[in-house]
Design a binder for this molecule. Structure first.
Ligand code: ZN
Length: 367
């Protein structure tokens, strides 16, 4: 009996939550979560019930709207914008947000999460503040990537605060074809990919630590420029690769950047302003430079013959970072240029064709 009474009470509470006007629902940029309303409803009802006072949910709603609005519909008018709304696999998307009374909370707790129709989280990124204010509220942004393995179709970006969803915005992932290629490796390059080496592991840990760090500095906001003037590309972003080892075995991988087939000694320039966060020799990628441009956004330059900038230096767009070469795992002289967003490989061309952080466009679309 007690259980039945409890069940019926919960059912009524749920009905209340479900019949609450849509405009008050937080998932469309609203005010308070259904869970919270359920909790309030149960609390109020059990208090009244203990005094044997009958009250209809309709009357409860009237009371809530007259007196409880400031409490229940806490002022969290989250507004969102998304650019672009039709990205292709491998491309970045930028989420703009005004977070109302939540705006002063710790930024690291705000995250944008790309979720597919199966409910799986594909990528996520933290929000950061932009140096701009409108109507007294600050604009936050998060840049994240549609993985190059994402299936075309509808998807959602959920905005979470401390792990709880406070809003969402829909996008459509377009179709995209990628190149397939087979790469025969000689003995030395086979060993670079297959031999276990604690130093390789240690270098990978350092790299991962850098690429997953979301800072606060906005060093650039305009479109990027290619790091070399040559347009001769020997591999493309997202190529589905099969490495063919000397013993006849194979392994597959996806190419995370663009390879420019330029002669050894070609000047390699920073694709945008930023800070040098790594400039050193690594086993697999050879002489390597990594530049931080925006919170969570990094450009990487591999296989350099020579490095010309120290770690910690601030660079402009076009600053010479070094000369191209064939150090590390390379079948010939080339520049491997890569961009990572919140750790995810992202198509560099998408940064050249448009500014990844267009605050005016975000503000004009925010709703
Ligand atoms: Zn490459």
């Amino acid at each position: 009996m007690v259980e039945d009474a409890e069940k019926s009470r919960i059912t009524r509470c749920r009905r209340y939550a479900l019949t609450t006007p849509k405009a008050l629902n937080p998932v469309q940029g609203g005010f308070v979560k259904p869970d919270d309303m359920l909790g309030w409803g149960m609390l109020i009802q059990s208090t009244i019930g203990s005094h044997r006072i009958k009250i209809s949910w309709g009357l409860m709603l009237v009371l809530v709207q007259c007196f409880g609005v400031p409490l229940l519909y806490a002022k969290v008018p989250v507004k969102l914008a998304l650019i672009p709304e039709h990205p292709r696999p491998g491309e970045p998307v930028t989420v703009g947000m005004t977070a109302g009374t939540l705006e002063e909370k710790e930024n690291g707790l705000f995250q944008a999460v790309l979720i597919n129709t199966q409910g799986q989280g594909l990528t996520k990124a933290s929000f950061f503040n932009l140096p701009i204010h409108t109507d007294g509220t600050s604009l936050k942004a998060a840049i994240l990537t549609v993985p190059c393995t994402a299936r075309p179709g509808p998807a959602w970006i959920h905005v979470e605060y401390a792990g709880r969803s406070i809003g969402k915005i829909e996008l459509t992932i377009e179709t995209r074809a990628f190149v397939s290629e087979e790469i025969p490796l000689d003995e030395a390059n086979t060993a670079l990919r297959t031999v276990q080496d604690p130093q390789k592991t240690a270098e990978a840990v350092v790299l991962w630590g850098i690429l997953n760090r979301t800072g606060t500095a906005v060093y650039t906001s305009g479109p990027f420029t290619a790091p070399v003037t040559s347009t001769r590309r020997t591999s493309f972003f997202g190529d589905r690769r099969v490495f063919m080892y000397v013993d006849g075995s194979r392994s597959t991988s996806i190419h995370g950047g663009i390879d420019y087939g330029v002669p050894r000694g070609t000047e390699v320039r920073s694709c945008a302003a930023g800070k040098v966060v790594l400039a050193r020799s690594r086993i697999v990628t050879g002489n390597s430079v990594i530049i931080e441009h925006l919170p969570g956004v990094y450009s990487l330059y591999y296989h350099l013959d020579h490095i010309a900038v120290p770690e910690g230096a601030l660079v402009s767009s076009g600053t010479v970072l070094g000369q191209s070469g064939a150090t590390g795992l390379a079948t010939g002289p080339h520049l491997h240029w890569e961009i990572r967003v919140a750790g995810e490989n992202t198509d560099p061309d998408a940064f050249v064709s448009r500014p990844v952080l267009d605050t005016n466009a975000l503000l004009s679309k925010i709703r």
